[in-house]
Design a binder for this molecule. Structure first.
Ligand code: ADP
Length: 449
C-alpha cells in the first residue's frame, strides 16, 4: 500500500480523495494555487504545497511543479481526481518515469480513449455496440455525403479530440452537411488544435446511460451498474441517477457483461466509465472516460462500495476488493450538481458564501469543499457541491431529495438549487420519463413562460 498520496486537484473532489486516504491510513499531500490557500482540502491535508498562481495552466495543469511537489514531499502516488490532468497521458507517463504511481490507467489506455475515433474503433473491436457512422476521420465533403447517405439523415459531425460538448454539429439534410462539416472542423481546430472530425448517425431522443467499470490491471474486469445522465444542459450533466429508470435487469446484465469483458480484454487498470446513448432498447457507445467521474457517488450509494478505495487498492497492486457476484444494487440514488450560477441564465456567480447549511438525515450525502465565509475564486469551474440522495426505491429517493433541497441553504451567491427544486416537482421527472433533450426544452419553455 502507498505511504503518501499527492492529490493533484482542488474543490470537492480533492476533499473526496483526501477522505478516502485518511480512512486507509495514508498520508496526504495537496497542491494548490495561490487562489486556493484557504480551501478546505488544504486545511485538512497532512501537507500542502503551493504550486503557482491562480490560472490552471500555471498551477493545476503544471506538470513540472506537481512532479517537483511529489519529490519534495516524498509522495509515492498521485490521485488526479477528474478534469485537469486526470486524462493526460503524458502526465501518467512522466509520473511512471519518476517511479511515482499514477492512480489511474496506463498512459497508453488514456491515449487510446482520448482520441474519439481510436476509442470507437477499439470499442467496436472489443464487441461494444457503437453508433453507426464513419470508420475513421472523414477527409472531404464527398466522403461525408456518401457516409451520411448510407447511414441516413440526420447526422452529427464530431471532433476526434472533442470534449465538453464542443465541436459537434448536426446536419439534417445533404444541404446542411457542408456547413456543419466546416463549422465542426474549424471549432475543433480552434478548441483542440486538431481538426479531425468524424460522422455519426444523430439519435433523436436517446438517453445518456453510462456503465461504471473497473479493471484490476491483471486481466479481470467488473461493472458496477449504470448511471442515467440524460438531464443535460449544453451537453453538461446536471442531474444523474442510478439505476436508470429505463433499464430492466436483463438489459443491465447484458450490457454490463459486455463492458466488463471489454475492460478485462483491454488489460485496463482502475476506474472507467463507458458512455452510451440508449434508444429503443439499443446501446450505442459514444466514449470512454478513463477516470473517476463527478457522478461516482450515485454508484457508491447503490452498491455501498467506496470507488476511491478501490482505485487506490488497484493502483497499489492489491486488486479489487469485490468480484462481480459481490456487487449488488440496493435502492435508488440521485445526484444534483450544485453550481455557483444564476439559475435562470447559468452565468457564473462567484463571491463570498455568507452562510452555508447542508441538509442531513438518512440517505443524504453532500460532497462539497465550501463553507460559511468561503470566497469562491473566479478562476475555476462553478461546481460548489453535490447533493446525493439514496432511498429504498426511486419514489422514496425523490421524497427525500425534495426535503433535502428545502433544507439546503447557500447565501451570498446564486446557485442552481432553485432549478432542482423545480425539477423534483415535475411529473416527467417523477416518472423518469426524459431524454437528453428534455432539460433544454424545459429551460427554453420556462424562459418564455
Ligand atoms: P463530449 O466528450 O464533448 O462530452 P460526447 O461524445 O460524450 O462528447 O457527447 C456528449 C453529448 O452529446 C451526449 O451526451 C449527447 O447528449 C450528445 N451526442 C453525442 N453524440 C450524439 C449522437 N450521435 N446523437 C445524438 N446526440 C449525441
Amino acid at each position: 500500500m502507498f505511504q503518501k498520496i499527492l492529490i493533484a486537484n482542488r474543490g470537492e473532489i480533492a476533499l473526496r480523495v483526501l477522505r478516502a486516504c485518511k480512512e486507509l491510513g495514508i498520508q496526504t499531500v495537496v497542491v494548490h494555487s495561490t487562489a486556493d490557500a484557504d480551501a478546505m482540502h488544504v486545511r485538512l491535508a497532512d501537507e500542502s504545497v503551493c504550486i503557482g498562481p491562480p490560472p490552471s495552466r500555471d498551477s493545476y495543469l503544471n506538470i513540472h511543479q506537481i512532479v517537483a511537489a511529489c519529490e519534495i514531499t516524498g509522495a509515492d502516488a498521485v490521485h488526479p481526481g477528474y478534469g485537469f490532468l486526470a486524462e493526460n497521458a503524458k502526465f501518467a507517463d512522466i509520473l511512471a518515469a519518476h517511479n511515482i504511481t499514477f492512480i489511474g490507467p496506463s498512459g497508453d489506455h488514456i491515449r487510446v480513449m482520448g482520441d474519439k475515433i481510436e476509442a470507437k474503433r477499439t470499442a467496436r473491436r472489443l464487441g461494444i455496440p457503437v453508433v453507426p457512422g464513419s470508420e475513421g476521420a472523414v477527409s472531404d465533403e464527398r466522403e461525408a455525403k456518401r457516409i451520411a447517405a448510407d447511414i441516413g439523415y440526420p447526422v452529427i459531425i464530431k471532433a476526434s479530440a472533442g470534449g465538453g460538448g464542443r465541436g459537434m454539429k448536426v446536419a439534417r439534410s445533404e444541404a446542411e452537411l457542408e456547413m456543419a462539416l466546416n463549422t465542426a472542423r474549424s471549432e475543433a481546430g480552434a478548441a483542440f488544435g486538431d481538426d479531425a472530425v468524424y460522422i455519426e448517425k444523430y439519435l433523436e431522443k436517446p438517453r445518456h446511460i453510462e456503465l461504471q467499470v473497473f479493471g484490476d490491471g491483471a486481466g479481470a474486469g467488473v461493472y458496477f451498474g449504470e448511471r442515467d445522465c440524460s438531464l443535460q444542459r449544453r451537453h453538461q450533466k446536471v442531474w444523474e441517477e442510478g439505476l436508470s429508470p429505463a433499464l430492466n435487469e436483463s438489459q443491465r446484465a447484458r450490457i454490463g457483461n459486455i463492458c466488463a469483458k471489454a475492460v478485462a480484454d483491454l488489460g485496463y487498470s482502475g476506474a472507467g466509465t463507458i458512455e452510451f446513448l440508449y434508444e429503443d432498447g439499443e446501446f450505442y457507445f459514444i466514449e470512454m472516460n478513463t477516470r473517476l467521474q463527478v457522478e461516482h457517488p450515485v454508484t457508491e450509494a447503490i452498491t455501498g462500495i467506496d470507488l476511491v478505495h478501490e482505485q487506490i487498492r488497484v493502483a497499489s497492486g492489491g486488486g479489487l476488493s469485490v468480484r462481480q457476484e459481490d456487487i449488488r444494487f440496493q435502492g435508488h440514488a440521485i445526484e444534483c450538481r450544485i453550481n455557483a450560477e444564476d439559475p435562470r441564465n447559468f452565468t457564473p456567480s462567484p463571491g463570498t458564501i455568507t452562510h452555508f447549511h447542508t441538509p442531513g438525515g438518512l440517505g443524504i450525502r453532500v460532497d462539497s469543499g465550501v463553507y460559511s465565509g468561503y470566497r469562491i475564486p473566479p478562476y475555476y469551474d462553478s461546481l460548489i457541491g453535490k447533493l446525493i440522495v439514496h432511498g429504498r426505491n426511486r419514489v422514496e429517493c425523490m421524497m427525500r431529495l425534495r426535503r433535502a433541497l428545502d433544507e439546503f441553504v447557500v447565501d451570498g451567491i446564486q446557485t442552481t438549487l432553485p432549478l432542482f427544486r423545480d425539477l423534483v416537482g415535475n411529473p416527467d421527472i417523477a416518472n423518469g420519463d426524459y431524454d437528453i433533450h428534455w432539460l433544454e426544452k424545459y429551460l427554453a419553455a420556462s424562459e418564455q413562460g
